[in-house]
Ligand binder design. Sequence first.
Ligand SMILES: *[C@@H]1O[C@H](CO)[C@@H](O)[C@H](O)[C@H]1NC(C)=O
Ligand SMILES: *[C@@H]1O[C@H](CO)[C@@H](O)[C@H](O)[C@H]1NC(C)=O
Ligand SMILES: *[C@@H]1O[C@H](CO)[C@@H](O)[C@H](O)[C@H]1NC(C)=O
Ligand SMILES: *[C@@H]1O[C@H](CO)[C@@H](O)[C@H](O)[C@H]1NC(C)=O
Length: 944
Amino acid sequence: MAQPRASTDQENAPLLDNDHDHDAHPSSSSPFAKIFSPSRTLSFFEKVLGGLAVLLLLLTGVFVGLFAGAEGTLKKERQKGGKVEWKTEYHTTTATATKTSVATTTVGSVPTGKPDPKLCLTPECVTLSASIIKSLNTSIDPCDDFYEFATGGWAAANSIPADKGLWGAFSEVQENNKKTILKILDAIPASKPGKGATTDELNLAKLKAVYTSCMDVDTLNEIGRKPFIELSDHVVDIFGPFDLNPAPGSSFVDEAQEWQGAYDESYAVSDELLASAEKVSALKEAKKLGRALAHLDRSQAPKIDATDVEEYSFSSERRQKITKTLAWLDARGVDALVNFEIEGDAGGEDSQVQSLWLYQAFGGLPSKEYYEEAPILDLYQSVITGILTDIAEHTSVRREKSKRDFLDDIAALEDEAELDALIEKFDDLVESAEWPWPWPSDGDNDGKTSPGNGHHDTDDEPVGKRIEKLAAKVVKFERDIVRAGADPEYLFNPHFSYNPYATEKVSKALPFLDVPSYLSSFSPRVFPTNITVTHPPYLKSITKLVEETPDYVLSGYFITRLALTHGSALGPKVTIRQEIRRLQEVLRGIKKGTEEDRQDVCLARVDNILGFIAGKEFVKEAFSPEAKKDGEHIIRNIVQAFSDKLPHIAWMDEESAKAAKLKAESLIPKVGYPLYPNTTNPESLQSWYSRLTIKENDFFGNVLRSTLVEESRVWLGLGRQRNRDSWEMYPQTVNAYYSPPDGEIVFPAGILQPPFYSQAWPAHLRYGAFGAVAAHELTHAFDNSGSQYDEKGRLRDWWTKDTVKNFEERAQCVAKQYSKYYVLDDQGKKVYVNGNLTNGEDIGDSGLAQAFLAWKQSADLSEPQQLPGLPFSEEQLFFLAFARVWAQLTRPATAVSRVRTDPHSPPYWRAVGTLKNLDAFHKAFGCKAGSNMNPPKKEQCELW
Ligand SMILES: *[C@@H]1O[C@H](CO)[C@@H](O)[C@H](O)[C@H]1NC(C)=O
Ligand SMILES: *[C@@H]1O[C@H](CO)[C@@H](O)[C@H](O)[C@H]1NC(C)=O
Ligand SMILES: *[C@@H]1O[C@H](CO)[C@@H](O)[C@H](O)[C@H]1NC(C)=O
Ligand SMILES: *[C@@H]1O[C@H](CO)[C@@H](O)[C@H](O)[C@H]1NC(C)=O
């Protein structure tokens, strides 16, 4: 899936709507790409969640999950400095910043081991210097609590915005990048490009039109629900009505009693629920990382048995209309009943071949746990009632029109007698409850069908009441679907989810779906021979559910999926949008009625719709070719340092080390911006978006058309090789990822910004911050997950058994160590990190050793540079630059829910935990053995 599904915060991707916070987080669409920042990476889920926000808000913070890699060609570009030794003698200094000297110092007294460093007085260095000074808390002993020493001043000067769960250095970068994009948008002339306009001007006019169409809320409110109704009418036309009167088999009380009345305004979503939603996103992340959870054993994965399903029968008419409806929805980014994805064939011979995967469907609530919570179900049901009632209200208006159309048809008849007879029959039909059309038969013609407003025939119920019953059935149906799915830790573990079956077998197991027709409507030229089924037992469960569920409930379910996916693109005052918002507010724990920042909403939409055009401008504004070169150079040096060290790592045998070296050298690093589409080339961008028509006064249409184009782009890739120049992220994204099946480590221009990077900084600062990100990503290729993928990105075991065993021992050392770390809840009680959960990320962080090594090796070749006003050695500044990136304030509830679910350790421990194990750090700050930051050796863990 080549198209990044961009960021999103506020509103979202056309497909989804996971809004949340105000930080634009990119999300990648490949299920395996491993993202640096745990917070937002939901594209798949975003889709899946159908637009409900996920509490990512809370997550907004960001953690970097870095991954790294190097290209085959790197080998040739070995460091020019000649010999690269894996074991470096550090010029360490013993200078320790003392409590008093820091803030006031001048340059002269720098205790570095190198001869006369030059003072860097460029504006970038001076700014950085000031920023570091402000971040410090020099009354803390760096050997006691390095995090507080490095970031205490920052924490004192910052606070968490009211609508967020946390605020950190990452959030600052995101805000800055947003400002850059806004500036770009502002500079685009409002007038239409003339005849002689350049391609760039045409692209930019398109960009501006998307933004303008989104910002114009007055128009959006005025247009109202109309554009959505056109969609829902279509579903009803294909599939049939959801609003039947009387609803057959209405046992409303049975359906809803479990949760009816359980929600009241004072209900607060519990930490556990918030956490479970995060867990889904975190695990999705884990999936991207390909992390194998140690306790999972592939052989436990259940298989399908096609003979099980033969007892179900679906009429061919029902099968055809379900197939048509699902295909129509899928093309618009709406997943229902089943969920097809196109992803690399991780377990096959060539992981670059884009193959078809079949996932379970997800519901409108963020995770399974929500479907067991009465107050949430009660609220959810009332939201669905609100949405469907609003739509039914419209369809009753449409019924009048249909009647007129019918009458017109009749009027065309020649024979008068025939005509009279028909008209009579028609009147009877209209009066009868058997009226076969999908419109409610309440007698009021004013279009109002709010509860209690229907007419009072004994057979008829008010529309609102009827829809409430329907909504209860839809919620129950969705709950059954979600219960039938695998838990996320299984779903996103490739060892479980990689279950290829012949397409024919899957077809048989899904008798309600005409799989060949479905597939040929998306991909007429390529018919996949295999489908990878992530959770085989789901096929049987969903078949049974569909068989048992009446069509009008299915129709209500389809319309609900459609509304939760696209309803957020309606004007903020439109009922459907407001109903969705009502749910989001509770799920996200934001105050009722909080206005969304429209600018944030629209910037996220711009990313989703035309992210590469915005990216080109962002790069022009904020990322130089020199920075790209330098970033690549840093990555190469780090990969090289690691690769050279591999043969000398005691716990790796020769065979494993050789394979690891091959893998390290095969990793492909990508920096800045993609070349597919070629984001440096306006023609390439124009052609990439050529099928997308943008209209200045049609925001909903822009979103929908963009979804259609992107979905078809994805399907076009089926069966083909992935384009190696494509990315999972936009250039402006503040994140990085390692994609195990692609063997790529990717760093968008968006993260090569302060405090991660500036080309103007001295090497020790670039390696300490950005280098740490790169080393983290690189190390992921060798952590407990990365070690499942070989140098070609295939799921294979390529370490020897002994090496795996040795590695596991060391990994467990890290897991035990981190399990002693904790955060405080709002009562001040300790909540411990789950070291097993965070193991892969903690190991990734241990890659800092490689960044240091690479810097030392390259630093020998360059002139030392000093920052003004900072009495620290280069080694010390390297570690300060590293720790600064983790500056973050977190509300206790957010901290707790993250500890329970986030595969990354809390920022404090990402900094402190990493440095405790690193001798280079102990030496740099002269931390005595036994000090807090230099614990006894037996309490330390060493991997590399
Ligand atoms: C620095 O740390 C000390 C000791 O914890 C604390 O009292 C002080 O407020 C901190 N100063 C700043 C600027 O954060
Ligand atoms: C299809 O899946 C089967 C296992 O069910 C496997 O043996 C076969 O190699 C796969 N074929 C392709 C083309 O991937
Ligand atoms: C991308 O576009 C630039 C500028 O037109 C061109 O120089 C470069 O060769 C293109 N790269 C690829 C991979 O198409
Ligand atoms: C972590 O995993 C190890 C090895 O699988 C296991 O022995 C240990 O009990 C686990 N710890 C927790 C807290 O789950």
